[in-house]
Design a protein around this ligand. Structure first.
Ligand code: C5P
Length: 198
């Protein structure tokens, strides 16, 4: 069975948590596509060559989760040839047998417009910055400024800007517990899963 769940939204909205929960619940494979862009940014050198030659070792680096790596990712992600180099891998993953969940910024709009379920997971900038601060520590006001700057870059770029697909279900996690948000995502998937026989 091919079945794709596309999850898009800004940084620290809860995409990864919801994506992992859906993958565990339904036995789907999960791809955090932000990691691809983080690995390209962290590799250094020409970002287009880095994207074209990305390998498993690049994705296994220990420093990809930092704010700095996210910032570098967002810069290289605005380059059209970088994005183009990563399309085939993501589309192949999305249509693998057994089902797949991909989270990112352009999954429902560009990578997999035919996804069976599209979710747009968002939250206010204040809530997202607070989550990042709880996770990573540091200067809270600087983190908020970085979250706002990253949103502006991801939503304002000309190639594959972050936006909700027209047919996406929006989950605003500012005021939802992660359990409630996940339960809504599970219900959205269950509503679209092919009915089992017998
Ligand atoms: O989700 P994460 O914070 O790891 O993503 C890092 C950056 O990679 C984002 O800010 C965005 O610029 C870029 N990205 C993207 N398209 C995706 C996933 C991530 O442009 N599908």
């Amino acid at each position: 069975m091919q079945f794709t769940v596309a999850i898009d939204g800004p940084a620290a909205a809860g995409k990864g948590t919801i994506g992992r929960a859906l993958a565990a619940r339904f036995g789907f494979a999960h791809l955090d596509t932000g990691l691809l862009y983080r690995a390209v940014g962290a590799k250094g050198g020409d970002p287009v060559l880095a994207a074209q030659s990305l390998n498993a070792d690049d994705l296994a680096r220990g420093d990809l989760r930092s704010m700095a790596a996210g910032e570098a990712a967002s810069r290289v992600a605005a380059i059209a040839q970088v994005r183009a180099a990563l399309v085939d891998y993501q589309r192949g993953f999305a249509r693998r047998m057994g089902g797949a969940v991909l989270d990112g910024r352009d999954i429902g709009t560009v990578i997999c417009p035919q996804a069976e379920v599209k979710l747009y997971v968002t939250a206010s900038a204040d809530v997202r910055a607070h989550r990042r601060w709880m996770e990573l520590g540091g200067d809270a006001s600087q983190i908020l400024a970085e979250v706002i700057a990253r949103d502006a870059r991801d939503m304002g770029r000309s190639d594959a800007p972050l936006r909700a697909a027209d047919d996406a279900i929006t989950l605003d996690t500012s005021a939802l517990t992660i359990e409630t948000a996940t339960a809504r995502a599970v219900a959205a998937v269950e509503a679209k899963l092919p009915r089992r026989l017998g």
